[in-house]
Design a binder for this molecule. Sequence first.
Ligand code: GLA
Ligand code: GLA
Length: 663
Amino acid sequence: MFPHVVYGADYYPEQWSEEIWREDARLMREAGVNLVTLGVFAWAKMEPAPGHYDFNWLDQVMDLLHAHGVRVDLATPTAAPPAWLVRMKPEILPVTAEGVTLWHGSRRHYCPNSQAYRDQAADLVRRLAQHVRGHPALALWHVDNEYACHVTECFCDQSVAAFRSWLKQRYGSLDGLNKAWGTNFWGQIYNAWEEIIAPRRTPAQVNPAQRLDWQRFCSDSWLECFEEQKAILREVTPEVPITTNFMGLHKPLDYWKWAAREDLVSYDSYPDPANPEWMVTAGMMYDIMRSLGRGRPWLIMEQAPSNVNWRQRNLPKRPGEMRLGSYQAMARGSSGLMFFQWRASLSGSEKFHSAMIPHAGEESRGWRETKALGGEVARLDGLLASRVQAEVAILFDWENWWALEQESKPSNDLKLLPQITALYTELFRRNITVDFAHPGDDLSHYRLVIGPHLYLLGNIGAENIERYVKQGGIFLMTFFSGIVDENDRVRAGGYPAQFRDLLGLWIEEFVPYGESQTNVVKTSDGHEFTCDFWSDIIHLTSAEALASYQCDYFAGAPAVTVQRYGQGLSYYLGTNLREEGLAWLLERLCSDAGVRPALNAPQGVEVTRRVDGKRTWVFVLNHLENEVQVDLPIAGANILTGEDVNTSLRIESKGVAIIQQYF
Ligand code: GLA
Ligand code: GLA
């Protein structure tokens, strides 16, 4: 897809004079920029009045960029419907659960189910595609921008009507729907489709099965918007690949479904420099993006050169951190680095967001770092066909996330991302690369699979996990898993109904803890660890206890278990182990599975590996404040410096080495 490692940015020529355009093209060449995203919010510029199109400015910019060796990632500008459209068809505006209309004046002010919006968008997208078809600079389509950002769902009457059609498709009959939603509870029975509405504001908790279907429906309706545009672009420019920029673990959209429908997964990455653990969450997002694309190369579509403008306090990236974070994305499979944005705006709500060219211009740290990095990444084209390899997978499913975090649970504080982050952190610290997988995916190539809080799991996923273990996999399941079916209906008879055989146990009751309450587990190898938040009351049928509680009315009962199942091992964690305990458990799992890092490096030094058919590159990133020395069992060349390295490697604070291994 890309001849060179991608380097570039969002570019908004509509905010600048033609004189600056020429200056920009010159500076882009100087910085090694080879791709820019155009058009993201330019609907009002491309269609200044209904049916009146102006692509003249776009032609000029695309020609100019082409003449400077810069290719174009062209956005459909449909994230910002123009004022005239809102005036003409106010019904395109989104409505909140409380019935409040969200007006024009910022961006993303549209309802995904508005036919008027979709028709207008489709007309413009067709015109735009027909106009630019065959332009030599056109490299990629960027559909809309960050679907379901700001507005995640719309509760207007058009959306309600679309929800009913979606439900008819899913259930066929009202009888099916009533069963699925368990409407005998609180007398919610429906006798006509017209009685069904969206989960608007209600006096008490809304039916959870209704809300779950609503979340599925909302993800699907945004996806339909994407699909409608994609169909047009495919028809008019079949040779141009299509993406839309993702927002990481963005709850409203089931990205497994989305990623399967685009040619390239692209991601807008904004780790918070104020968080000392930014590299952990950033690494996790990169691993998710790679996994969504089934291991294919993906792309950082946006990142901030330094500060953003939308947090309460917008800390800068300190010298070296932009470079370090950029290489982290490359280390985890990105095909390049795009920024938001090229030149810092002078007006509008993002004028204090960092840019490759800051307000200060070329006399700035930002510009110097931008140019230096652009010069370096131009040497990395050899990496483009390589893949990141992972031997461990964490199971993740959006439907489970939605169901798990609905209200009225034993503990409403059970949130999926903090839990997954805790597990991921232990693997990250050991430099064990992790993939994320859907519970229904083929897991056979992983040595270790972790299923955190799989509260909602269909039979396909459950059978898949069982097969994986039977055939020799090492598997860990954590508490509140296997509880309900696809309609949030409990599987009765001792939790977790689908996994009692696999795990060799059953659970009688859940014991959520008070906020400051803790317990202690004692392990069979003599350790004691603090746990908190939750205990399952576990009865063993064939599993053995690896740790048991020391306190409370269930003292002596098992907290962590394991059993051999088929050729594999199934572990169960029935509580929330704090860091030390989690480290003990992960150590044991990694050792059972024979999973090792690419290099043994000090804590704070990140290591990953990219491989293609013949070559291996080891990325070494020093997140520490001091220089480190890393022992090397490999010999090779650091492709950033061209120097040969063997036996050991010195890396300065925030420094990076990419070692291409000799064989
Ligand atoms: C998002 C958007 C961009 C911009 C940046 C600012 O990623 O896609 O348009 O607003 O945030 O950080
Ligand atoms: C917080 C989080 C929970 C869980 C506990 C563990 O309460 O919200 O998800 O991680 O901490 O202590």
